[in-house]
Structure formats: C-alpha cells, structure tokens
Design a protein around this ligand. Sequence first.
Ligand code: CAA
Length: 291
Amino acid sequence: MDVKTVGVVGAGQMGNGIAHVFALAGYEVTLNDISADALDRALGIIGKNLDRQVSREKITEAEKQAALGRISTTTVLTDLGSSDLIIEAATERETVKTAIFEDLQPHLKPTTILTSNTSSISITRLASRTDRPEKFMGFHFMNPVPVMQLVELIRGIATDEETYHSLLKVVESLGKTAASAEDFPAFIVNRILMPMINEAVYTLYEGVGSVRSIDESMKLGANHPMGPLELADFIGLDTCLAIMNVLHEGLADTKYRPCPLLTKYVEAGWLGRKTNRGFYDYRGETPVPTR
Ligand code: CAA
C-alpha cells in the first residue's frame, strides 16, 4: 500500500505534532477535530514550531510554507474518507476511539490503513471493533513529535505483514526510527517510563526529596533531559495516571499502583503544563515547585 494522503483525528498536543511531521515529509494531511477552535489553535502551534525549525536552520522558509500548504482542516470526520492512512489521536478513552472508527469506516476505501496513537489501550481490542482488524495497528508517536526520533509500531493479533511493512516505510519516510512492540499494556516506552515517573511521585509523597531535588537528581545524576516531575507535567498528569491504571489493571501487579499523590493532583485539576499547574506552577515568569 503506497501512502500519500493521511487523515489525523484529534488536533491536540499529539495530533498537531503528527500533522506537522507528515506535512513536512510531503504527505497531504487532513486534520480533523470536533472543535473549530482546536483546529485554529493547532495550526497556530504548527506554524510556531515550523518557525522554530526555520530559525534553527533545520528547514527553509519555502519548506515551511509548502508543509503548511499540505495541511487542510475539517470538523467533519467523514472528510477523512479518501485518506490512505488514518491516525487517530483523539482523547485517550476507549469509547471515544471506538466511536470514531465506527463512524469513519463506512466512508473509507477498503485499502485504508487504520491506526491509533493510543499510549496504552489494547490494539487487538480496538482492531476487533473495526471492519478491518488485519489493516489496524498501533502507531505511537512521542511528545514533542517533531523532535522525538522514535515511533512504536504495535501489531494487534490480526494485523497482517503488508500493513506492518507499509507503516515501517512510512516511519522511514518521516526520518524517524520504528521500534516494534507486542500488544501488552503500555507497550515498551510507557511500560518503563511511567513506573519511573510514578516512583518519582512516591519519592516526593514519602518526603525523600522535594520537587526540585528529585528533578535535579535525575537530570544531573542520570543525564535525563528533563526531571521526572517536569516530564510528568509535560506529558499531563491525567495521562500519566491513566497509563498507571492501565498497567495496574492489565498486569494485575501491585507494583504498578498509582501513587495517591498523583491521584490527588489529578483530582485538583492540576494536570501539568496544559492547565498551568502541576508539580510546578507555570503562571509566572519561571516555573515554581508546588511542593
Ligand atoms: N517542535 C519543533 N521543534 C521543537 C519542539 C517542537 N514542539 N520542541 C523543541 N523543539 C526543538 C528546538 O527547536 C531545539 O532544536 P535544536 O536542537 O535544533 O536547537 C530542540 O528541540 C531542543 O529544544 P529546546 O532547546 O527548546 O529545549 P530543550 O533542549 O530543553 O529540549 C525537549 C526540549 C526536546 C522537550 C527535551 O527536554 C526532551 O527531550 N525532554 C524529554 C521528552 C520526552 O521524554 N518525551 C517523551 C514523553 S513520553 C511520550 O511521549 C509517550 C506517551 O505516550 C506519554
């Protein structure tokens, strides 16, 4: 299957990054969201991130303009019907994702590949609810999408080889590197990363360190580009908690229990950067630790 046109569902943090890298690599992209405001915001963010790449001489102004010219937006899901590849990057709720695939599939070509950017939901289960489980895969990008090199490719139990090889070629064409993961809770990156973040929250909860000392320790002591609490705020504390719950329930092992302090931050609506408050308060000039 030769992929030329891509439909991206969801214009949030991941969806706009995915649209950005596909457009820059020469694909025609249709970006869909139920909110017209979210689409406007996404185009603004894509423009700013492309500007950043121009100013660092990663791309030229002409390449930026060409990429922007390849992105169209729509609030009508079925406008994505003619795409060769669909990437669902909507809210991380199974009912939402299933409904999107159900609404979309009567409008798709029989050859269209369906993918989800889910960070933890079973690919086999999502695939089984569609009319093409053999053409369904997990296609997991990392945040920030334009910068991070890795894409996880997750085959469901029914995914065929042709679909897998088509997506491998697509990842190469983006200049990124694919890692194959089996379809078990949270795949590879989040299976390892989230328990580390959760452990950092326990370290804070038990008073072993402060927000600052925990982050400094992992930046300077383990050479991580961000401390684990700063990274949790960057990913979103609701996402971190949802992934810990998937690990806890899916693997039925108490070592994955979410830290009560993580739950409390989410209950407070302190979800990290996106709400301007999490382990840090982002409302001022510089981030200030909240504990
Ligand atoms: N779009 C385009 N370019 C961007 C960008 C964006 N959104 N964000 C940063 N950049 C570019 C910058 O222009 C800069 O480019 P150069 O190297 O050419 O100078 C480079 O990225 C570094 O950016 P900055 O200098 O602004 O900042 P930094 O050095 O502090 O790096 C970071 C920022 C890349 C985010 C770095 O802190 C980092 O790698 N953090 C860890 C990110 C991470 O772990 N992501 C995975 C999260 S897990 C996940 O995504 C899976 C999931 O399901 C939850």
